[in-house]
Design a protein around this ligand. Structure first.
Ligand code: FES
Ligand code: FES
Length: 154
């Protein structure tokens, strides 16, 4: 066991865990932020997506000892204009079904729009391919990303 001071959404959380503990559990059990979900545990589904130093990562497969001083952003800490546009479009198009995968979907969609303000269908499919939705909301996800991109124009 060791103590790790993690910067999550602008607040430092000290967690006392084994260095191999996945970041996901430090976020959920250590910081008490439950928006980031456990799906597969092997970096294949995207439910656990957060940002580390602004880049999307699979928190289920990243040891807490690898984070250092990098800022961690979870769904609770999203605050960019892209995030606001994505969340608005998600609500307008009623994207979620059961909702379980959706925080990961929103994290990935927001990262896509920050990097590429006008994504094509192909860009979206490529960027979102690692985010699995068992309810198959893919058509609405794609439409909502286009709608969010349009709302950010100008
Ligand atoms: S739970 Fe992390 S990718 Fe599936
Ligand atoms: S909305 Fe149910 S798994 Fe995606």
């Amino acid at each position: 066991m060791a103590a790790f001071a993690l910067k999550i959404n602008g607040t430092t959380h000290t967690v006392d865990v084994d260095p191999d503990t996945p970041l996901l559990w430090a976020i959920r059990d250590g910081a008490g932020l439950m928006g980031t979900k456990y799906g597969c545990g092997v970096a294949q589904c995207g439910a656990c997506t957060v940002y580390v130093a602004g880049q999307p990562v699979r928190s289920c497969s990243l040891p807490v000892s690898a984070i250092g001083n990098d800022e961690v952003t979870t769904i609770e800490g999203l605050g960019s204009k892209e995030a606001a546009a994505v969340q608005k479009a998600w609500v307008a198009l009623d994207v979620p079904q059961c909702g379980y995968c959706q925080s990961g979907q929103v994290m990935s969609a927001t990262a896509l729009l920050a990097a590429n303000p006008k994504p094509t269908d192909q860009d979206i499919d490529l960027a979102m391919t690692g985010n699995i939705c068992r309810c198959a909301t893919y058509v609405r996800i794609r439409a909502a990303i286009h709608q969010a991109a349009k709302s950010l124009e100008g």
